[in-house]
Ligand binder design. Structure first.
Ligand SMILES: Nc1ncnc2c1ncn2[C@@H]1O[C@H](COP(=O)(O)OP(=O)(O)O)[C@@H](O)[C@H]1O
Ligand SMILES: [Mg+2]
Length: 238
């Protein structure tokens, strides 16, 4: 299967269990929101998915490749946008992308073509010649998403990609990435603590204190009011 499968993933930070037998799958071409409050374990799971560290137990399959047994194949099918920004602000948007294209082994016209296509996909084509430093937070984030698409991955992972952005930028990025799943068939895992980024027809996994509390269609889990349901699940007062 071309999506993402997480089976029984457990991770401890010292004596603290950060992930406790986390299992869920994201079908190919679905937008899956990984929704959980601060400390839920979202970034720990991203660290495991990107092989920054190995879990104590469990298995991850990316686009059909076992992450432990075929790490290069699995990682090559994956695009990642980490929680902290990693752009070179002194370079132009285009240069930032070409630099990454080179890391993936693309050069010359192929690299130019891929960079242009990725920027266009995120509505950033007209910004290609600007220095990254001149962009606002929302456009910098979009540029990072474009960069993560250069090698045409099957699975895109984003860890709280909208943190620190204003409401309009947040809505624009959320809409762009939904479109990548719907129109381009990309499998998306979108970590967030913000309920309003989740749409009723998204796949939703609610993570809290390292455990999956709910897994299914967002509209079915949330009923009429996902915010209220989420607050009730995670223990806060509605
Ligand atoms: N590098 C680390 N060392 C020790 N504890 C950590 C580390 N990273 C995260 N934790 C702990 O693991 C838990 C989950 O954190 P994290 O995965 O960052 O959650 P989230 O991304 O959902 O906010 C928290 O209790 C956090 O304090
Ligand atoms: Mg985090």
């Amino acid at each position: 299967m071309a999506g993402l499968a997480i089976e029984g993933v457990t991770h401890d930070w010292g004596a603290k269990r950060a992930l406790d037998a986390v299992s869920f799958t994201v079908e190919p071409g679905r937008f899956c929101a990984l929704l959980g409050p601060n400390g839920a374990g979202k970034s720990t799971l991203f660290g495991i998915l990107t092989r920054l560290f190995s879990p104590r137990a469990g298995r991850v399959t990316v686009a059909g490749f076992d992450l432990a047994r075929a790490p290069r194949a699995a990682l090559s099918r994956m695009g990642v946008v980490f929680q902290a920004s990693t752009l070179d602000l002194d370079l132009t948007v285009r240069r930032n992308l070409l630099y990454f294209a080179a890391l993936h082994g693309f050069s010359g016209r192929e690299a130019e073509m891929r960079a242009a296509a990725a920027l266009d996909r995120l509505g950033m084509a007209e910004r290609a010649g600007e220095r990254a430093a001149a962009l606002n937070g929302g456009h910098r984030r979009r540029m990072e998403i474009a960069r993560a698409l250069l090698h045409r991955p099957d699975v895109l992972l984003l860890d709280e990609p909208t943190v620190g952005l204003d409401a309009a930028s947040r809505a624009a990025i959320t809409a762009h990435v939904h479109r990548l799943a719907i129109e381009d068939g990309l499998t998306v895992l979108w970590a967030t603590h913000l309920v309003d980024e989740v749409r009723p027809d998204d796949r939703l996994v609610v993570l809290h204190r390292g455990r999956v509390l709910a897994d299914g269609e967002a509209g079915a889990i949330g009923g009429a009011d996902l915010t209220r349901r989420f607050l009730a699940m995670t223990g806060a007062a509605p």
